[in-house]
Ligand binder design. Sequence first.
Ligand code: ADP
Ligand code: ZN
Ligand code: ZN
Length: 700
Amino acid sequence: MSHQISVMVHTPAHSGIGGALTYESGTAHTAGTLVRVPLGSRELLGVVWGGAAPHADSGETAPMQLRAIASVLEGLTPLNAHWRQLVQFAASYYQRSAGEVALAALPSQLRDLSAEQWARRLKRKPKVVAAYEGTTQTIPTPTEEQAQVLADIATHKGPFLLFGNTGSGKTEVYLRAAQAVLEHNPQAQILVMVPEINLTPQLEERFRARFCPQWGADCLVSMHSSLTPAQRLKNWLAAHSGEARIVLGTRMAVFASMPHLQLIVVDEEHDPSYKQQEGARYSARDLAIYRGQLEGAKVILGSATPSLESWHHSRPVTTSEPAGRYMRLAMPSRVGQGALPLVRRVDMNRQPYKTVFSNHLLDAMRERVTRGEQILVLLNRRGYAPVLNCNDCGWKSECPHCSAFRVFHKLDRTLRCHHCGFTQPVPRACPSCGNLDISPLGRGTEQLEEHLAELLADVRRPDGEPIRIARIDADSTRLKGELERQLAEVHAGAVDVLVGTQMIAKGHDFRRVTLVAALNTDGALFSSDFRAPERLFSLLMQAAGRAGRDATMNLVSPCEMWVQSHHPQHPLFEALKQHDYPAFAEQQLKEREQATLPPFSFQALVRAEARSQEAAQGFLNAAREAGAALADELMVDLYPAVPMTIQRVANIERAQMLIECTSRKALQHFLAHWQADLHALRNAHRQVIRWAVDVDPLAI
Ligand code: ADP
Ligand code: ZN
Ligand code: ZN
């Protein structure tokens, strides 16, 4: 008897095949089994999906010629139903094919190893459980707030939003909650997600030190994009077999196969890096909530500045509204009663023209360095200057391939486009008029570092040595291991002033930082992106949270966060001064409600790329017309196509179209039906290079 087996394979996203393909096999295969199947002249990895329908070949009608499954990856437990349902849900919610999502979630070596290589890989003897050789830590007694939160987590179903101040001990709560789950059930597995693992090497060490002494060195594996393919396969297998009790990973880890998943932690849940920006544009945070519900696992989202969506979903009951679906747990105090920094606003309107650092700020920095304290200077723009400008003819360092300026990098004397990567040596004279007087406009971290070195050249550390200034941004940390090395220097006290982009604001447990200064933040106050203030506020709160983390430091004067702005009275800075996230959130949510923006409505974007803006917009507007009737019926708003903010990148014109609806269900219904129109129209609009739907987009 032969069986018809449906198999998910990764077909190109817009090939129209989309779903599963049917193959023939002499034996029935359980759903979730990994197989290799022929497609055209290639052989692909696939996942058996759905049931295997046996069919007796009567020989009367010639059945469609089905090709046979080539081989089965022996020795692997099939991927379970929960995992397949998670994939299916993500694919349909984010408008991609399930095959694409499924195969992208599996380690690439499963695909790349030949049958013989796989057999050899399987034979590799599992080594004896290694003893953990790191240092063990003393486990602190929970604070009252931590104890309360842990009791709530133990007794309620969740999902939980842990709204805990920076330094309130959220990580300690994750560790304890995990401990409780591990002890309660000898099989239970835990998934801990973090935005970017490289930024917080400390965190992995904390988890290892806590769990490895008891459960062995192999109880924890990590999952992120900087693992080698072999490491990734090894860690994936450990999670899939249930051996690894804890998976610590970035957004991709939300798809880890974990048969006994009982707890999911999403640390810094507001972080935009939880949203995948290509392929299936999923939100790992939102999928974590879905997965928790699917598998009966508890979910803890943690942040000092939750996303406004999560804040809204965890709202308490009011007279006009029912309570949200999440349970909000608060930890307002810092461990050890350390104070949050005093926020000082500098009115830049009262400073001399072109002031970079106000004199008061410089004095404060000098004093602190002299006393052996550390300082962070935050400027969210890398390079030396964002534009190079000819003072005679007005030439600017535009990128010839993008609608953007190339950034001046002084260290290697290049003009670099941060969008397409186009790089050239800095011209000696103006390429347009030959004038020698070309100069940088604006300021990036490179320039700030150079400038500070001049301004603070005479400052001495307590040991009499000259001041040490360092910079951390995407440029200074390009080489593997550089970021870890530079962070270690800061932790060791070898750096007095650290200049950097948002990379220095996130998550680090710097012990000696007592002053944080933020420069040039005003752009976000008036951005066309309605999420810009939310991002700025969270960045500033996170940055402020790096100061004063060691309550036992004997400070001459309290920790400070300085903000230089032309709009110091802006409500955002008022809320920052009070460290009052709830006030900020309330004001923002009120505005969003009035404008019917998320979380009071749901959005999707369709983006199209073509050689010309007309072609890109033409496709989108045709799609708009095709969907108009259904959109009307479902009360979905389709906006006209517009160029994207950066309209041209690498000579490709980009356009987008916004879709909005107050009902998530109606929006989903619309998108599912509209897909067919988009696929069909794409064939008629040959000039369109690619198009994609982004559901719940983060940037508009
Ligand atoms: P968060 O994740 O909220 O920023 P952490 O969990 O990193 O906070 O805690 C901040 C600091 O306080 C860490 O150095 C941590 O070791 C310490 N800490 C946390 N909980 C306790 C506790 N109950 N007793 C003593 N120290 C604690
Ligand atoms: Zn010129
Ligand atoms: Zn470019």
